[in-house]
Each structure stands twice: as C-alpha cells, then as structure tokens.
Ligand binder design. Structure first.
Ligand SMILES: [Zn+2]
Length: 169
C-alpha cells in the first residue's frame, strides 16, 4: 500500500484530527471512528465521532455530517466541501454523502483494510457489506488511505476487539 501522492500536509493534519476523534469515541465506549467537514477554504465546519454505544448503530459521524450539511449549507457549499474521516465511509454513509451532494472524501484507512483486519482477527462480519465508497456513490472523488495514520486506526480497532496487536506497528 503506497502513499497516495494526492494527500497534502493539510490533509494529513485533518486526518490526524479524525483519528484523535476516533480514539475519543473508543475511550467513551463507542466505536473508533471520527470525521470532520471542511469548507473550500480549509475551515472546519463540523466534527463528530461514532456514538453507537447507546444502541443506535446508525450513529456514524459521516451520517451526522451529511445531515448537518443538508441543514446548514447551500448545495454549492456542500459540493465544494470535503469530508475527512478516520475510516472510509460505510455504504449507508456513502449514500447519505451522495444524496446531500457533498464533495470529496479523504480517509485515513480504507474499508478494504478494515475488512482485512477483521478477517485476521476473526471478527464476525456485520449486517452490512463493506464496499468502497465509489461502489456506492461512483461520482464521489476519494483519496486515501494514509500508511502511517491507518496504522494508528488499526491499533484502535484492535483495542475495540480486545486484540493484543503488535505494539511496534
Ligand atoms: Zn457509516
């Protein structure tokens, strides 16, 4: 997995903040996912983290971002905004992102990586098939994963599943 050339230093800073939010979610008993919405000038508009511990498994940050954007931004602002996220959108969130007309998505770790980690750790498959964003929403521009940050995300997911992951990774 080579470093995608299209990630800038600013992109990585935004992704690092998403991974921090993912850690905050895990520390609170939720699942380790965090996301932020950034406008066309790079200003942060909204940030959230996973909140599924209460029992509602649709409480994904990417879904909250789509709803916030639909309520607060014009269609033009949405199209020019970028969503940064610790883990690639699930099909539900990819669909929500596309339905509200948001722009680019940049992710620290891919659904393909998450699936491989789950296979390695023998974590049972969830009720929704993991698919690449572009399999659900083919016109969305995407970038990611990031080698270094996806290693951090892997450690958070290992912790979620009680896996003693290699500490040198
Ligand atoms: Zn989702």
């Amino acid at each position: 997995m080579s470093q995608p050339p299209d990630l800038t230093e600013k992109d990585r800073q935004n992704l690092a903040q998403c991974v921090d939010l993912a850690r905050e979610a895990l520390d609170a008993g939720d699942e380790p996912f965090g996301s932020i919405l950034v406008d066309e000038r790079g200003g942060q508009l909204f940030a959230d983290r996973n909140r599924v511990a209460g029992g509602d498994h649709t409480r994904h940050p990417e879904f909250e971002i789509a709803r916030w954007a639909a309520e607060h931004l014009t269609p033009e602002q949405r199209a020019r905004a970028t969503v940064y996220t610790s883990g690639e959108h699930c099909p539900m969130c990819s669909a929500a992102h596309a339905w509200v007309g948001l722009g680019k998505i940049v992710y620290a770790s891919s659904s393909e990586q998450l699936t491989a980690w789950h296979d390695e750790w023998q974590v049972p498959a969830g009720p929704v098939r993991p698919l690449p964003i572009t399999a659900v929403a083919p016109r969305i521009e995407v970038a990611g994963p990031d080698d270094e940050l996806s290693a951090r995300v892997r450690r958070l997911h290992a912790r979620l599943h009680g896996i003693d992951d290699d500490p040198v990774r």
